[in-house]
Each structure stands twice: as structure tokens, then as C-alpha cells.
Design a protein. Sequence first.
Length: 367
Amino acid sequence: MKIKEVELRTIHLPLVRPFRTSFGTQISREVLIVKVTNENGTTGWAECVAMSEPLYSPEYVAGCIDLIKRFLIPALKAKPEINAEDVATVLKPFLAGQMAKASLETAILDAQLKDQKVSLASYLGATKSKVECGVSVGIANNLEALGQEVKSYVDAGYRRIKLKIEPGWDIEAVKFIRNLYPDVPLQVDANQAYSRDDGKHLARLDEFNLLLIEQPLDEHDILGHALLAKEVKTPICLDESIISLKSAEDALALKATTIINIKPGRVGGYLESVKIHDLCVKSKIPVWCGGMLETGIGRAANLALAALPGFTLPGDTSASARYFKQDITTPFVMEDGYLTVPNKPGIGVEPDMDFLESITRSKEVIR
Ligand code: NPG
């Protein structure tokens, strides 16, 4: 297809409750929404999952906008025609910006698939029409507050609970929730908050029958994760460390991880995500779809990916109500612990334009 214009829009959406992790507290989302229009006038939408600040990853919203305008769009526009399948190759010379690149590739893919009348789910190879939902629970002020929040999610039907942990908020929090819910599928996420010396401490989590410990160490410390895997019985799952197919291959070969969290933004897009999924299926490694507090635009595409057969663990694919009072698309509503995978062409959802305009902070059109 030919790209006629790209719209870069930032919106501001408050979260229904603050979300605290080991790297900070978020009370709202500043989201970069990308819209691509092609020669047929078809529009494709995507969400860039970068946060406002480079705390989870080196990317951040203002940096992504700069990268997209300064380098990525000119590179794509230099080609007379561009298909989603070519985007990663054309953008490969630019070393930065997995999330920025993913957003452009996804918007182009949405427009392309709409023209072909194919849903993203069937294009990616989905085999499920609904996916099991997990929920990620931030660090709370105290155990009582944590218990109340987890109860609300268990009562709502979530099929797996993930607790955010950090030094000082780990063993006791897990023990408390495990005592309340002896059978709920439970896992923890440290977002790199521990060091190689913490093996003995983290091994104290082994008695709580957790599905996994996510990203305990620095994202660059692949060897550290491999060493830690010998000290703890709970499976280690990498998130931040997995930024591409190659990094997934390395982590698996070095036995640094036995489960992988796939986030399309973090690995450069949905096409790279499918490659990682295929590698994991071949290697008999379970995968699950991570979340970045996405709006309905990003959530729709995540659900398409999570419907692939290798996604055998519930992901951080929660209902819209978990995040926002009002979503920018028709809200995703959980039924019996599942979300339905969109099956309309492309990502299968469109933003509510009136609401989108009302929460827009900046908008720029590049022709
Ligand atoms: O449900 O989308 C969600 C949030 C899931 O915990 C979650 N995401 O480290 O995986 C993470 C974390 C995160 C959130 C990371 C926001 C970066 C920003």
C-alpha cells in the first residue's frame, strides 16, 4: 500500500486506581495513538505502548514521537509502496525504538487487513475465539488493601492473579494472598528489582506454588537469571529482557527462562511476536501475552495475538474496566473470565472519535 498520511496523537486517560510497580506509580496513561491513512482512504490504528517516562524501557512517548517523525516515517515514505511485512526490514537500520516501530507496523497492518477484509486474529494464526484473562495487581499500601483489591478481581472472575513485588513487599504479600486463595493461579512480577545475591530470599517463594517469577533481575542480566534458575524452584519468566526473536533464542539456550511473556510493543511488533511464539511452541516453552495498560486499540490487537495456540497461560489481558472509567473503544467486557477476540477486519475495533477528541492533548498530521 501507499501511505498518504500519518497522524500522531497523544491522549490522557486517568486510571481507575493508581498502579504501583517496583519502578514507580502511575495514576494515568499518556498514550500515543497512531493513525495511518492509505491511498484508498482506509485508516489503520495502533497504540504505542511507551510510557511517559523511560522507567520500564528506554522508550518514552515524546522520544517515540521524535523518532517516528524524524526517522521512521521518512524511511517508510522513501518506498513507493509499503506492506506491513516490510516495515521491520525498512526500519531495521534505526537501532532505537521497538515500541515506536511496533506502532507504525500495527497501524499499517490494520489498514492493510481492512482492505483485505481479514481479521488480525486470523492473519496471525489465532485458533481461539476467546482468551482467558489474568490481572496484574500493583504494590498496595498494606496487606488489607491488597486483600481487598485481589478479592474484587477474584470475584469478578479473573482466572489468574499477578502480584507486583519488590524487596520489602514480597514473601509476606504472597503468603497473605496464598492463604486467602489456596487454589488461585498466582504469579509475581519484580520488574528487575532484585540482584544476583537474592537467590536464597526468592527461593522462599517456592512454597507458595506460584506459576512463575517474572523478571527478577536487570534486563541485561541473562546470566544472572540462568544462575538464579538453579537456586529457585519456581519457574523464571522473562519480560523486559526479551526484545526480539534473537534475545528469546539466547535466553532459552542459556536456560535463563522457561516461560516467556510476549509484549508486541517490546519486541517490535506483532509479526516478531508470532516468530517468538513459534520458537516457544517448538521449544515447548509456555508463553503468555503481557500488558502495558493498553486502551481498547492496543487491547484488541493483544487479544488477537493471545488467541494463538502457544499462549497457554492467561495473560495481562484484562477488561477495560480494570483500567479506565471510559475506554476509547467499545469497552472489552469479561465474561466468565474470558475476553472475546475481535473478528472484524484488521484489529477489529475503531476509536470513539468524540471521546478521543475530548481527551486529546496533541495532534500532528504528517503528509
Ligand atoms: O494489565 O496491562 C496491564 C498491566 C500489566 O503489570 C503489567 N504491566 O511490567 O508487565 C509490566 C507492567 C507494566 C505496566 C510495565 C505499565 C510498564 C508499564
